[in-house]
Design a protein around this ligand. Structure first.
Ligand code: GLU
Ligand code: ZN
Length: 309
């Protein structure tokens, strides 16, 4: 039996698409469509403090202008609470979670940093240190070496103590990113997760959650990420990436994203996104994608640094 390829793009509605997010959108779209598969749009609007309602529409208008059409209805994480609660109960019953009452400030003081940011030192592993406070829920990450088999980045591994126990439900009740994305990728039947390589270490946690919840693991393909001009950070909304404006000229940024992904540019500039994408689909070569910079540690500012930087 051959499984139909299902891909997805999962932007957080914190701002309009920028060139970095266009790379992830185009790469995942091509990967799914070139395999004759489906491609879904999921809006990661879990965090009410960071999500901007109007951006949900802006992002869809931008994707449509780029010709990056999706299948079926858009999945909004803000409407998925029941599924997250059920998954948390399952993990809780299996003894995989614990209550943590540490504040961000308590953790931040003297914290070590790994590729996903401050490493939680496990203070509450044997019971919350401040039982009178509201608690967050953390996932007990299995000790030892974790390996991710990635189609673009190759075999990559990291020790659990460079990641630590992540939050799966915040103290204010908001579901954590890793839990939500794991539950939703499974719900959508995603077979191939194609996204930026800054999220490669996240695959360690998501694989652990998949095992804990009895879910299939998707194939991983982490794309190179665009760096800021000084080469120290991932280009993102936080590091001031300008939005892409398809209303003005959708084809040029598409071709720039295509060549960033290691693909040969067209001899003649196609007139429309649809023309470009039809051409691109027949030439898409995932094997030509360069792995890009290795991002190793996120500092207190949240930025990712290059290996050696
Ligand atoms: N919503 C996440 C972001 O914008 C991406 C989630 C994912 O692709 O797993 O960075
Ligand atoms: Zn704690």
């Amino acid at each position: 039996m051959t499984m139909r390829t299902i891909g997805r793009f999962a932007p957080s509605p914190t701002g309009p698409l920028h060139f970095g997010s266009l790379i992830a959108a185009l790469g995942s779209w091509l990967s799914a469509r070139a395999a004759g598969g489906h491609w879904y749009l999921r809006i990661d609007d879990l965090d009410p403090d960071r999500s901007i309602a109007a951006m949900t529409n802006t992002i869809q208008v931008q994707l449509e202008a780029f010709g990056l059409t999706w299948d079926g209805p858009v999945l909004y994480q803000s409407g998925r609470t029941e599924a997250y609660v059920a998954a948390l109960e399952q993990l809780e019953a299996a003894g995989r979670l614990y209550r943590c009452t540490c504040t961000r400030r308590e953790i931040g003081a003297g914290a070590r940093y790994g590729p996903l940011g401050a490493i939680y030192p496990g203070t509450c592993r044997n019971g919350p240190t401040h039982p009178e406070r509201d608690a967050a829920l953390r996932l007990r990450l299995s000790a030892g070496r974790h390996e991710v088999a990635d189609r673009i980045q190759g075999a990559w591994s990291i020790d659990a103590d460079r990641i630590g126990d992540v939050i799966v439900r915040r103290r204010n009740g908001v579901t954590g990113y890793h839990l939500a994305t794991t539950v939703d990728d499974a719900f959508l039947g995603v077979t191939d997760v194609v996204r930026g390589s800054d999220l490669l270490p996240a695959a360690v946690i998501q694989n652990e959650l998949q095992r804990g919840l009895g879910l299939h693991a998707p194939a991983w393909a982490h794309l190179p990420v665009m760096m800021t001009a000084d080469g120290t950070d991932k280009l993102s909304k936080q590091t001031g990436a300008p939005p892409v404006n398809p209303a003005h000229d959708p084809v040029t940024p598409l071709i720039q994203a295509w060549t960033f992904l290691g693909q040969e540019p067209p001899f003649e500039t196609p007139a429309t996104p649809a023309e470009f994408l039809a051409w691109a689909l027949s030439r898409w070569d995932e094997g030509a994608i360069p792995p890009g910079e290795r991002l190793v540690a996120a500092g207190p500012g949240g930025g990712l640094r290059r290996e050696g930087a």
